[in-house]
Design a protein around this ligand. Structure first.
Ligand code: FNR
Length: 348
């Protein structure tokens, strides 16, 4: 038992360590393939810009959230404490990392519930995998008094991880059952491999109303799991997945039925605005905020989020869009590579 807890905590620490060492731009994000059209005569003032939005049925003043990362060890508890401090000060929602460790070993639960202690009134999302039962998902939500539940779907990560899951057939039934009975809104999210239109349609048919397409271009779990393994190299899968931009293109036809959120490699306010212009209702960031709280501290990170959202508003003025709804209508120019993707995928 002790050994199992130690191994779990170790894995959580390794994920954080490897993620922090990944370099921005290691895998192309495709944001450079999308151009927002400059508008020379804005008829707006900066202080008129209102980027408030709905995330998982909750009204939020800015379209950003701290996406799922961690918990399950001493070090990750201290990270969650810091991230919760940033969420509390900036008013943005925060998801904790996968809570399976605490579902199996109650003594690890403080590394998650710390976020509720630090941020009693904030919007907090629980996080479980799709192999979890409704009962397990409910316990995770109760543990942190969560306002929504994220269910992560991470098949490539499991398959590349030597100790990962190999059975996935139960996922759809579990998601359907959780969606049908959960007391709080449920978001189904990827972990950096993106979602295809078919995956989105399948989720929609299961009753899912909120998705985070979390695409390729940022934190890369194919590379992280490969770096952790000692034998059976799978590094040739380092570019596996659908980029955040391409996954948003895949999502166009479901955006009227589902609330689509974006994450994966968002590193500048311009990336975030491009996600909104491609139809995302909110934008999640993980690794950038992890690095910021660990390298620079909580106060610096609060400043970083404030500056980030302010600069998103300035870009909104440059395209003459006062709200998220107007940003969704702003003209976009896609490069030939993305146009080819759209035509081969019959998205146009
Ligand atoms: C993650 N991510 C993640 N997602 C999830 O649903 N459950 C989890 O437990 C974790 N764990 C985790 C650990 C660490 C250290 C990182 C950096 C990320 C994935 C995360 O929520 C997001 O989908 C991706 O990281 C892509 O966003 P960024 O990091 O490119 O902004």
């Amino acid at each position: 038992m002790r050994k199992e807890i130690h191994q779990r905590s170790q894995r959580k620490n390794e994920h954080v360590k490897h993620a922090m060492h990944q370099k921005t731009g290691e895998v192309l994000s495709d944001f450079e393939r999308v151009t927002l059209l400059h508008h020379s005569l804005p008829d707006l003032n900066l202080d008129e810009i209102d980027l408030s939005t709905m995330i998982a049925d909750h009204h939020v003043p800015i379209p950003l959230y701290i996406n799922a990362m961690t918990g399950g060890s001493e070090w990750t508890e201290s990270i969650n404490r810091k991230l919760a401090g940033v969420a509390a000060a900036t008013g943005i929602p925060m998801a904790v990392g996968s809570m399976h460790a605490a579902l199996r070993h109650e003594e690890l639960s403080s590394s998650y519930s710390i976020v509720r202690e630090v941020n009693p009134d904030g919007l907090i999302f629980a996080n479980v995998g799709a192999d979890v039962s409704l009962e397990g998902a409910r316990r995770a939500v109760e543990m942190i008094d969560a306002d929504a539940l994220q269910i992560h779907i991470n098949a490539p990560q499991e398959l590349i991880m030597p100790e990962g899951d190999r059975d996935f057939k139960s996922w759809r039934a579990n998601i359907e059952s959780i969606i049908g009975h959960m007391e709080v809104p449920v978001i189904v999210k990827e972990v950096g491999f993106g979602m295809s239109r078919k995956a989105l349609l399948t989720l929609n048919a299961l009753g899912v109303r909120h998705v985070d397409i979390s695409g390729k271009g940022g934190t890369n779990f194919a590379r992280i799991e490969n770096a952790r393994r000692k034998s059976g190299d799978m590094s040739y899968l380092g570019d596996w997945g659908i980029s955040t931009v391409r996954a948003l293109l895949e999502s166009q036809s479901v955006q009227s039925d589902m609330s689509v959120m974006a994450s994966g490699g968002i590193s500048t306010p311009l990336d975030a605005v491009k996600c909104l212009a491609l139809g995302a209702r909110g934008v999640g960031m993980s690794r950038m905020l992890l690095k910021s709280v660990e390298d620079a501290g909580v106060d610096e990170t609060i400043g970083y989020v404030d500056t980030f959202q302010n600069q998103m508003k300035r870009i909104a003025v440059m395209v003459n869009a006062a709200t998220i709804e107007e940003l969704r209508k702003t003209p976009l120019v896609l490069d030939p590579e993305l146009l080819s993707w759209m035509s081969q995928r019959q998205l146009v």
